[in-house]
Each structure stands twice: as structure tokens, then as C-alpha cells.
Design a protein around this ligand. Structure first.
Ligand code: AMP
Ligand code: MG
Length: 206
């Protein structure tokens, strides 16, 4: 039953539609991250300003090769310490990532969610999924399918997985050269990041 629902949702993503799906943090409003027309629908439905970049969700580490420019072994090692989990890593983007995803920035935020349905959806869709929280811009992030339906009644499909586990948005860090910056606090703390960073990295919590 569930299997079929995820397959159906993946078909919607493949054909350029929008699917709301659970992650461990909040429900996301997802589209094929490599299809700029599909991603544009996210901004439209959320009434989100296009200068606010989206986080791209992946289900395997190899997608770092597709989405980012020459990721180092250190980046993979760091990602493997926290993924799947509520950490978004902002890295220099590859040419494959449409500008609309990153609001024209040369960097892209990426994370691997710790939710089986989310991971299966991404895998079956066969593409990374760009997804902000599934609410109208400026409103509370939804932690269950009912909240999503109320805010975004026109979404093509909602994958229902009950209440999310964390309810707080992911921690965001950026890494450029060997400098790691804390961009948004979350369940994963600055100390957790500092402890996990390779020795040759500099940490900045400004
Ligand atoms: P959310 O609204 O939880 O999906 O998170 C999106 C937020 O992630 C944005 O508002 C930015 O603060 C941050 N973000 C995403 N991509 C980038 C990026 N390339 N550079 C810096 N911050 C980013
Ligand atoms: Mg949000």
C-alpha cells in the first residue's frame, strides 16, 4: 500500500509536479531539483520570494558529485557523520543545479533527510528533490499532513507519515575552501560540528 503511494508520488515528481512529503524535521514541498519549471511551482504555491534559496534533498552520497563542484573526501567524511539527519551543508554548486533553486547564488544547500518515506521518494523519483517547508511563506512549518492540506490545498499529492519527529528546521552550515560557517542553529549544535570537522578546517560561528 505505502509502496504504491510512494511510487505514485515519484511519478508526480518525475512529471514536474509537486509532492508534500515528511522529513524528520517538518513536511517539505518537493519538486525535481534539476527541473527549473517544476521548482518555479514551489515558489508560486508557497508565495515564497525567489531570493530565498531552496534546500536540495538527496538519498545517496553520490549526488554530491552531481550537485556540487569537485567535493573533497573531507566533505564526504563530514556528510557521512551527520546524514541522514537534520544538517544542511551549503557548498559550491555544479552547473546542473538551476539558478532558481539557489536564487542565483553559486552555492547550493544539500541534506539527506532521516525519514524512510522521504528517502524512498527521492530514490524512486530518480532525482534530487528541492524542498522548502510545505507552508505559505511566513507561516508556521507543518509537522503533519493535515497542516499541509490546510495551507496548500492545491498540492498535487501529500505523503502522510503522521507527525514529524523533530519539528525544528535543519541546522545549516556552509563550507567554502576549508572554512566552515554556522548559518542557522538547530538540533545539531555548533559544538557537534566543531567536533566533527577535519583538523584542517577552520570553524567560524559569527
Ligand atoms: P527552509 O526554508 O527551511 O527550506 O531553508 C531554506 C533556507 O536555507 C534559506 O532561507 C537560506 O537561509 C538557507 N539556504 C539555502 N540555500 C542556501 C545557500 N546556497 N546559501 C546560503 N543559505 C542557503
Ligand atoms: Mg520554512
Amino acid at each position: 500500500m505505502y509502496q504504491n503511494k510512494i511510487e505514485g508520488a515519484a511519478q508526480i515528481i518525475k512529471s514536474g509536479g509537486l509532492v508534500a512529503f515528511p522529513t524528520e524535521t517538518v513536511y517539505g514541498l518537493g519538486a525535481n531539483a534539476l527541473n527549473p519549471f517544476a521548482v518555479a511551482k514551489i515558489f508560486e504555491m508557497k508565495e515564497r520570494p525567489t531570493f530565498d534559496p531552496l534546500i536540495v534533498h538527496v538519498a545517496n552520497f553520490d549526488d554530491l558529485h552531481i550537485l556540487t563542484e569537485n567535493p573533497s573526501e573531507d566533505i564526504f567524511a563530514l556528510a557521512k557523520k551527520f546524514w541522514p539527519g537534520p544538517l544542511t551543508i551549503v557548498l559550491p554548486k555544479s552547473k546542473l543545479v538551476p539558478d532558481i533553486v539557489t536564487s542565483g547564488l553559486q552555492t547550493v544547500g544539500i541534506r539527506m533527510p532521516h525519514n524512510d518515506i522521504a528517502l524512498q521518494l527521492i530514490e524512486k523519483s530518480g532525482c534530487p528533490i528541492a524542498a522548502p517547508s510545505a507552508n505559505k511563506f511566513g507561516k508556521l512549518s507543518p509537522v503533519n499532513a493535515k497542516h499541509v492540506k490546510k495551507q496548500l490545498p492545491n498540492v498535487d499529492y501529500i505523503l502522510d507519515d503522521g507527525d514529524t519527529a523533530v519539528g525544528i528546521e535543519s541546522t545549516i552550515i556552509s563550507i567554502e575552501e576549508n572554512v566552515c560557517k554556522m548559518l542557522r542553529p538547530g538540533i545539531i549544535t555548533a559544538e557537534d560540528i566543531q567536533n566533527a570537522l577535519p583538523d584542517n578546517f577552520i570553524f567560524s560561528n559569527e
